[in-house]
Design a protein around this ligand. Structure first.
Ligand SMILES: NC(=O)c1ccc[n+]([C@@H]2O[C@H](COP(=O)([O-])OP(=O)(O)OC[C@H]3O[C@@H](n4cnc5c(N)ncnc54)[C@H](O)[C@@H]3O)[C@@H](O)[C@H]2O)c1
Length: 404
């Protein structure tokens, strides 16, 4: 059937793909409906059928279903793809899609290693197609407001330091229960590339670059403590991280968290400037990964407090209605919806590219990889050396596995 709207296919129909369909439903309800979901692909029949059903019920259309993405490419059923696959598959599938002339929105982390990311970004540059890294959290109102407070509002002075810490007690899995598939590939470093440092941690590293600019150097320890043994990184399923990040603008701070800390829980996300502090007050287990998810406040040196609601009013006046509508079209405040809508708009030439393209996604992954490299070699690592490929001790076996 000929379509006059942009045709999008979803490849990988697991947990996050279902969240993307919910976001698309929200877009359609707002009249941001200049595209259709024409096809979906997965090797897992149950996930595929579940997503097809969701599309039928919420988007009013059942997509064509594929078990093999090459068949989907051959059939020419779409103009763009939304890749929601395990990390090790991102680069290979993305490159095949771009070779077939399709624009690509790829779930984070862009690629499994820096080499994988570069292959993708270079292919996008060569073909002129849009490659977007799907990162929802830096698009949220709270995050954009925090960025304005730190960089433009002049409220807390010059950002100098930050203290980000989170702990929770361990969640012990029942060894008699089978490991769920979405966890199984995450526990395999050759398929995931790593644990929380580059899974939810990708959001943190990307968000911190958005808030404070480029990271110059990283010094880190990455541990598994749940076993009670001090395992080396090569054998560990990381559950505890201490990372000191030094930024180009001179700011320095610590990102420390443990998902295996029995007893007292801890949650603190504070930035200090020369005249005051910016505090993330979101009450969420993910606060140390998804910064300023919903709320925050500013505390000044004289003890006065500026509430989030007050600040948001000032921010909106400062950026103006046109910019506000650009960030939150028709009241949209869902990062997943924004990343998909921005992708559609960029393909149709209504936006100048995307905020987090292939190179930007590569730079964010370089911060995650610098944490691993530093923890493995036991010394500070410069992010530029990770980006250039001069430092890749941690990534080398993963690159070798994928012939990168
Ligand atoms: N933005 C976020 O907040 C967020 C949250 C969760 C996951 N993610 C990202 O989304 C991606 C997918 O994660 P998930 O949690 O949905 O995993 P998942 O395991 O739930 O889903 C992955 C799907 O890919 C399918 N698949 C595997 N190999 C395939 C192949 N060759 N062809 C087609 N399908 C194949 C699996 O069968 C599965 O259905 C990852 O990159 C992850 O980091 C992002």
């Amino acid at each position: 059937m000929p379509e006059d709207k942009l045709r999008l296919a979803i490849i990988g129909t697991g947990g996050i793909a279902r969240r993307h369909i919910t976001a698309i439903q929200d877009l359609f309800t707002r009249g941001l409906d200049d595209f259709v979901v024409t096809a979906a692909c997965d090797v897992d029949e149950e996930n595929l059928q579940r997503l097809a059903q969701q599309c039928e019920e919420t988007l009013g259309r059942r997509p064509a279903l594929y078990r093999d993405y090459q068949a989907l490419l051959r059939d020419g059923v779409c103009d763009a793809v939304d890749l929601c696959l395990p990390h090790g598959l991102h680069h290979g599938v993305a490159v095949d899609c771009m070779d077939a002339g399709l624009h690509v929105l790829c779930e984070k982390p862009l690629g499994i290693t820096i080499r994988a990311c570069k292959v993708m970004a270079e292919k996008a540059a060569k073909t002129g197609l849009i490659l977007s890294t799907a990162v929802p959290y830096r698009r949220l109102r709270g995050h954009r407001l925090a960025r304005w407070v730190l960089n433009d509002a002049g409220l807390i002075g010059r950002p100098m330091s930050f203290f980000h810490a989170y702990t929770r007690p361990p969640r012990r899995l029942d060894p008699r229960e089978p490991v769920p598939p979405a966890l199984a590939w995450r526990q395999d470093r050759l398929m995931s590339g790593g644990g929380m440092v580059m899974d939810s941690g990708f959001h943190y590293c990307d968000g911190m670059r958005d808030l404070l600019g480029e990271v110059v150097q990283v010094s880190a320890e990455v541990r598994e403590v749940i076993s009670g043994e001090p395992l080396p990184l090569s054998q560990a399923r990381e559950d505890t991280v201490f990372a000191i990040l030094t930024f180009e603008n001179g700011a320095v701070g610590a990102w420390q968290w443990s998902l295996s800390a029995p007893g007292a829980p801890l949650r603190q996300v504070v930035f200090y400037g020369t005249q005051g502090s910016l505090i993330d007050t979101t009450d969420s287990a993910f606060t140390v990964f998804h910064l300023f998810f919903s709320s925050g406040e500013v505390q000044l040196e004289d003890g006065s407090v500026r509430t989030w609601a007050e600040l948001e009013g000032e921010y909106r006046r400062a950026i103006g209605e046109e910019r506000w509508e650009f960030y939150y079209p028709r009241g949209l405040d869902d990062g997943f919806g924004f990343e998909i809508w921005e992708f559609v708009e960029a393909i149709q030439g209504r936006r100048q590219g995307v905020e987090v393209d292939g190179w930007e996604g590569t730079r964010s992954l370089a911060v995650c990889q610098a944490i691993y490299e530093s923890a493995l070699v036991g010394e500070p690592v410069r992010v530029a050396d990770v980006l250039s490929g001069a430092r890749r001790t941690y990534q080398a076996p993963i690159d070798a596995h994928w012939n990168l």
